[in-house]
Ligand binder design. Structure first.
Ligand code: BGC
Length: 258
């Protein structure tokens, strides 16, 4: 069995688990720590080291999902993390700090590749699939004929004098004690706007609140199919681990989901 440590770094929690890459499943429990505040590169080191100890994974490769635009291991946005991450080479820094090889992919892209390989997308042969992760922010992953268009940022679409994620992320619901009947229609507005622009065949909702899909699905009425992620909130960890494996086989991320 090929196993890898996958770590999903989020604005509120840092979650890790060992992932069975053949089955696309967690093969250990999932361990979660709070994201340090301020959420800087340095502050993440002890938390990640703790996860390495928890899973007895010293010196071995790790795949990370990270809440930013990622190109060649460098972060190019920092919406819900410390601004010092802008232009910061994550791979170089964490390889050195952790003494192992690391791989970084945007957190929503990670969830997307996992869901396409092992979840709702696994039987889809062609067409446009959009996965939205609903958490502190809104992340997005877009697939055309199973090929990922990396680093889309639909949570940052301009919306009512602000941006989509400040209007309809799950954190907005939680922070404002919104009822499902208040938040659901908001999410629907964003979903329908995205549908109008991209004409997807399927929209998958991920993030922690995907397990409560039954509470708000009645408010969502795009004309395409809309469904909750099968892998629920574990998609980010599974995709983070898959990202590492794809890199080590020198396979393009886009080829990987063909
Ligand atoms: C970030 C994205 C990330 C999403 C979900 C957004 O604020 O800009 O890169 O995927 O949050 O964490």
């Amino acid at each position: 069995m090929q196993r890898i440590l996958g770590i999903d770094i989020g604005a509120t929690g840092i979650k890790g688990a060992m992932v069975d890459l053949q089955k696309g499943e967690l093969c250990t429990e999932r361990i979660k720590y709070s994201t340090p505040k301020p959420a800087t590169a340095e502050a993440f080191v002890p938390v990640i080291k703790q996860l390495i100890t928890d899973f007895n994974w010293e010196g071995q490769p790790i795949g990370f999902g990270f809440p930013a635009i990622i190109k060649n291991g460098t972060a190019h946005s920092a919406a819900n993390i410390d601004k010092s991450f802008l232009g910061f080479n994550l791979k170089e820094y964490y390889d050195a700090q952790l003494g192992c090889e690391t791989f970084f992919i945007n957190d929503a892209d990670a969830a997307g590749i996992a869901e396409m390989e092992f979840g709702k997308g696994k039987d889809i042969k062609d067409g446009v699939v959009i996965l939205l992760t609903l958490g502190t922010g809104i992340g997005s992953a877009v697939f055309n004929d199973r090929v990922l268009l990396p680093n889309t940022e639909f949570g940052h679409l301009k919306w009512k004098d602000s941006i989509a994620e400040k209007y309809a992320a799950n954190s907005v619901r939680e922070n404002n004690d919104m009822k499902w009947k208040e938040w659901g229609p908001r999410l629907n507005e964003i979903v329908k706007h995205i549908e109008f622009i991209f004409s997807p065949d399927l929209i998958i909702l991920g993030g922690g609140v995907s397990k409560k899909f039954d509470k708000y699905k009645e408010y969502l009425n795009p004309s395409c199919e809309i469904t909750a992620a099968t892998l629920r909130n574990n998609a980010g960890i599974i995709g983070a681990a898959m990202g590492y494996e794809l890199l080590s086989r020198k396979i393009d991320l886009s080829d990987a989901v063909v």
